[in-house]
Design a protein around this ligand. Sequence first.
Ligand code: AMP
Ligand code: MG
Length: 351
Amino acid sequence: METRLIKISTENPESDLVEEAARVLKEGGLVAFPTETVYGLGGNGLNSEACKKIYIAKGRPSDNPLILHISQISELRPIVREIPLAAQKLMDAFWPGPLTMIFPKSDIVPMAATGGLDTVAVRFPSHPVAMALIRASGLPIAGPSANSSGKPSPTRASHVEFDLSGKIDMIVDGGAAEWGLESTIVDVSGDVPVILRPGAITKEMMEAVVDQVLIDPAILSKPSVDLRPKAPGMKYTHYSPVAKVTLVRGDGKAVIYKVNELCAADKAQGKKTGVLATEETKEQYQADVVLSLGNREKLEEIGANLFRHLRKFDFLGVDTVYSEVFSEEGEGLAIMNRLNKAAGYHQINAN
Ligand code: AMP
Ligand code: MG
């Protein structure tokens, strides 16, 4: 299959191009599109065949459900059985935006979209191109991240091209995804909302509008039989570059010393080494490739660069990557969740 690549302006999405992409979706095809979190792989979320094509293109396990994307609140009602009060408050505060909510699903949502579950994940993205495309299609659009399953989520159209060219109908290039990490997922189908995947909308932000929000304890530790994440997709090792990633904890100086020691040992074995550093430390590492995630105090920079850098290490043929760690407060929880997954939960202490 030939994959068409079209550019659509984020500031002013060209309506003829948006219509063209929407037509592909209406005809059951797959279109990758930009959102404010990462690029999504869109297909008609009410059409089982289109949903199945998404799983095939990504190589995604069939029990890992898709998120349905809408472009106005009125599109929520037909796809869910009920809208709990907490969900109403959260959508008033955070939609459109990087928050996905899990609802009991209505009958029109096929099991192919929900991985066989009777709940459905829904998000109303704020990216102008995503909004225009979903609206023009007139459909809820199933849109998991547009990467090959297991690879870091794409934050640029070029990442999607690398993973899925030849496997999908169209890629809409709308520039860099602003947040760079996938949406927060919160389950609102029970009494108290539970965060199943941390993201840009934090527990603290949500607790400003609802009384209490819990965090699925499986988020920060290695999934196990006793600790099974409630979002089926969270149990898979994700975001893994080909390189072996190790997180290095400890005091600033000790981390730098330890990482340089490990890099020297790897180099002696003929390996190409990489470091995920910060602006504050990048000059002090002696690795083949040192990439700065940004200013340590600006977690939004760190989050926005993480997946792009993980992909770059692969592109440069790096064998081993050592990464600094970050606070798990606020948005840091999402960053550490993704870093831990990229590292297969492999951490060492430098102190
Ligand atoms: P992605 O769109 O690639 O970011 O992946 C979607 C994520 O949402 C996966 O981790 C899924 O397991 C999760 N998800 C989607 N639908 C549900 C649902 N009904 N219940 C729990 N988690 C869900
Ligand atoms: Mg994904």
